[in-house]
Design a binder for this molecule. Structure first.
Ligand code: GLU
Length: 453
C-alpha cells in the first residue's frame, strides 16, 4: 500500500477510535506526513507497526480531583496523566492547569513530548498531564489544597525512574512545591519525582530560565547558519508566562529588542523594548494584569483582546524581524503569518507547544520564512529538567553557568541534528521535517529493539 494511504488510514482510525481530539489529530498529522520520506526509504518502521503503536499512549490515567474552596464548598476537577511512550526513558513531561485542558489537549502535548524529549539526546520518554482547574482568581490556600488533592492521586503513578512530571501553563514553582510536599507526605520519600523544584530542595539552577533561554539559543543557531544573528533585531514575543519572560531576558542579552508580550486579556507594545524586571514583577511576583505595566511605562501601548483585528492575534500585527510565539497552541494562524511576512518578518521560533496552525506552517515553508519548530526550539526546558534529574540522582548541585553551558550545547546539537536530517532527506533547512524525523527515528528504533510491547 502506498505510504500516503497508510498514513491516511491511520489518521482515519485515530479519529474514529478517539473522537473529539482535534489538537491531537493536528499533532499526529504533522508528524506522520513529515515522516513520509523516511518511511519510503526504511520499510522496517511499517513492518513493525511502529506508527500504529506510537499514536496510542501506553497508559492514560484520568481521575477525579476533589478539594474544598475558601467558602467551604466542595469543588471537583478532572485530572489527567497520559504516559505516552517509554521507549527511550522514563515518562517525562509537564502538567498544565488551565480550564481548556481535556484529554485531547493532554494527548497532543504528550505526543509532542515524545519527539521533543528524543531530540534532546537524553534518556527521557514522553508524557503530559494536568487538569481543567483554573488557577486564576484562586487564593493561595485554594491553590495549595487543589495541588495536594491532585497529587494525592497522581502519587500512585509517578516515581523518579518511572514518571517525572514538571510544570507547564498554570504550573510553576509554587504549584510544584505544594505537589512535592504532598508527595513526600504520602510516600515518605525525598527524591527527584518532580522537576522545576525550588532551589533549596533539589531544584536546578537555570531550570526556570531554560525554556526561554533555549528558545533564543535555537533561534540564534538558525540565524548563524544564514550568516546572520539576533543582534540589533526587533523581535515580537507573545505570552507573559515563564517561557515569554525568559525569552525576553535572553533576547536583550543577544542584543535584540523584544517589543511585545501578551496574556489572555490583551497585549503590550513598547517600541523601546519591554522592561524585563517590570514585567517579571507584574506577572511572576504580584500576579497582576499586564495593563499594570502602563503605570511604569506610560508611553507603552496596551491593546485589549477585543480591539485586535478579528480572527488574528494582535501581537503579530507589530512589525518585527523575528517572532517568538510563546503563549499557547494555535496562537499564530495564516492571517497572522501573512501579516508578519508582509511586515518583513524573517523568522518564527516557537517557544510554546504547537503555536502555529498547519496553514501558517505551510505558508512559512512555501515562502522561505525561517522556522524553528516547537519540538526543537522549546526543548531546552525539558532538557534542563533532565539535568535536574541527573543532579538529584547523583546528589550533586551544579552552578548556574554549568547548567547554562550544557543547555547551550544541547540546543546547538538539536539544531545540528534537525538540520543534518533535513539535508539527508533533500529538504535542506526544513527543520520541521528534520526534527520530526530525527526525533522519531531514535524512539522507533528503540521500540523495535524492545520487541512487541
Ligand atoms: N512543559 C514543558 C514542555 O513542554 C517542560 C516539561 C518538563 O520539564 O518535563 O516541554
Amino acid at each position: 500500500m502506498p505510504i500516503k494511504h497508510v498514513i491516511e488510514r491511520l489518521l482515519h482510525s485515530t479519529r474514529q477510535s478517539t473522537p473529539g481530539q482535534a489538537e491531537f489529530y493536528q499533532a499526529v498529522e504533522e508528524v506522520l506526513v513529515s515522516l513520509e520520506p523516511l518511511l519510503a526509504s526504511e520499510p522496517k518502521y511499517l513492518h513493525n507497526n511502529v506508527l500504529e503503536r506510537l499514536v496510542i499512549p501506553e497508559r492514560q490515567i484520568i481521575f477525579r480531583v476533589v478539594w474544598m474552596d475558601d467558602s467551604g464548598k466542595i469543588q471537583t476537577n478532572i485530572g489527567y496523566r497520559v504516559q505516552f511512550n517509554s521507549a527511550i526513558g522514563p515518562y517525562k513531561g509537564g502538567l498544565r492547569f488551565h480550564p481548556s485542558v481535556n484529554l485531547g489537549i493532554v494527548k497532543f502535548l504528550g505526543f509532542e513530548q515524545i519527539f521533543k524529549n528524543s531530540l534532546t539526546g537524553l534518556a527521557i520518554g514522553g508524557a503530559k498531564g494536568g487538569s481543567n482547574f483554573d488557577p486564576k482568581g484562586k487564593s493561595e490556600g485554594e491553590i495549595m489544597r487543589f495541588c495536594q488533592a491532585f497529587m494525592s492521586e497522581l502519587a500512585k503513578y509517578v516515581g523518579e525512574t518511572k514518571d517525572i512530571p514538571a510544570g507547564d501553563i498554570g504550573v510553576g514553582g509554587r504549584e510544584i512545591g505544594y505537589m512535592y510536599g504532598e508527595y513526600k507526605r504520602l510516600t515518605g520519600r525525598f527524591d527527584g519525582v518532580l522537576t522545576g523544584k525550588g532551589l533549596n530542595w533539589g531544584g536546578s539552577l537555570a531550570r526556570t530560565e531554560a525554556t526561554g533561554y533555549g528558545s533564543v539559543y535555537f533561534a540564534e543557531n538558525i540565524l548563524n547558519k544564514q550568516g546572520d544573528s539576533l543582534k540589533g533585531k526587533i523581535c515580537t514575543v507573545s505570552g507573559a508566562g515563564n517561557v515569554a519572560l525568559y525569552t525576553i531576558q535572553k533576547l536583550y542579552e543577544m542584543g535584540a529588542t523584544p517589543v511585545t508580550c501578551s496574556d489572555s486579556k490583551g497585549m503590550l507594545y513598547d517600541k523601546d523594548g519591554i522592561d524585563f524586571n517590570t514585567l517579571k514583577t507584574i506577572k511572576e511576583i504580584k500576579r497582576q494584569e499586564l495593563s499594570e505595566y502602563l503605570k511604569h511605562y506610560p508611553n507603552a501601548r496596551y491593546i485589549p483582546v477585543d480591539a485586535y483585528e478579528k480572527g488574528t492575534n494582535g501581537v503579530w500585527s507589530i512589525p518585527c524581524f523575528a517572532a517568538f510565539p510563546s503563549a499557547t497552541q494555535n496562537e499564530l494562524n495564516l492571517r497572522d503569518i501573512q501579516t508578519l511576512h508582509h511586515n518583513g518578518c524573517r523568522l518564527v521560533n516557537e517557544g510554546a507547544n504547537m503555536p502555529s496552525t498547519p496553514e501558517a506552517i505551510a505558508y512559512m515553508l512555501a515562502n522561505r520564512i525561517l522556522y524553528g519548530p516547537a519540538k526543537a526550539a522549546n526543548a531546552g526546558g525539558v532538557a534542563t529538567s533532565q539535568l535536574e534529574m541527573s543532579q538529584n540522582a547523583s546528589m550533586q548541585k551544579w552552578s548556574f553557568s554549568e547548567v547554562d553551558t550544557k543547555l547551550h550545547a544541547i540546543m546547538k546539537s538539536i539544531f545540528d541534528l534537525a538540520y543534518a536530517t533535513s539535508k539527508e532527506f533533500n529538504e535542506e533547512g526544513n527543520l520541521m521535517l528534520g526534527a520530526n524525523i530525527a526525533g522519531f527515528r531514535k524512539v522507533a528504533d528503540s521500540m523495535i529493539d524492545q520487541g512487541a510491547v
